[in-house]
Design a protein around this ligand. Sequence first.
Ligand code: VGL
Ligand code: ZN
Length: 201
Amino acid sequence: MRPDSDALIVIDVQNDFCEGGALAVPGGSDVVAPINALMAEFPVVVLSQDWHPADHASFASQHPGRTPFQMIDMPYGPQVLWPDHCVQVSRGADFHPDLDADRAQMIVRKGFRREIDSYSAFFENDHVTPTGLDGYLRARGVTRLTFVGLALDFCVQFSAVDAAQAGFEAEVRQDLCRAIDLDGSLAGARAAMAAAGVALI
Ligand code: VGL
Ligand code: ZN
């Protein structure tokens, strides 16, 4: 077991990001079994859960004439339009059935406000509205974070960069992540994480 300062942060291992889901990440379900195994090493385990209202502004369906994966400008900056996914209380928003979700002590939901997306488990996409995860981890004396999950080039990236900027020691286990890789987003994500001081394992 690792020291009490170490937390495993499992990002968005949900049905919609796995095979057959609304925003399936290639190979998404491959990470479930090895993440379950890794949980056993960590005294602190946190899951994030993408949790959108059915009319969320990141959904292309809410923007007449737009299609998924196009970019639009939101008041807080550029935003990718996604297929409807991880709608609150839908099966797609549930954790993958084989994920050992009961091992987690904390589940942080994000993206629950209609007008704003939240890739990061720490801040919404305006980069100022907190989710509360930072305070939870600090209150538990956590200083080192290991990130795994989906998708490497969106929610994992944003979470790990925010963690490093907040002063946590942050590493990403790339073998326990899978990427969407939209227009070079994977290469961009790796560069952004490295620049922020995130260790890419
Ligand atoms: C994610 C796109 C939209 C993710 C969530 O978990 O990486 N990507 N919502
Ligand atoms: Zn989402």
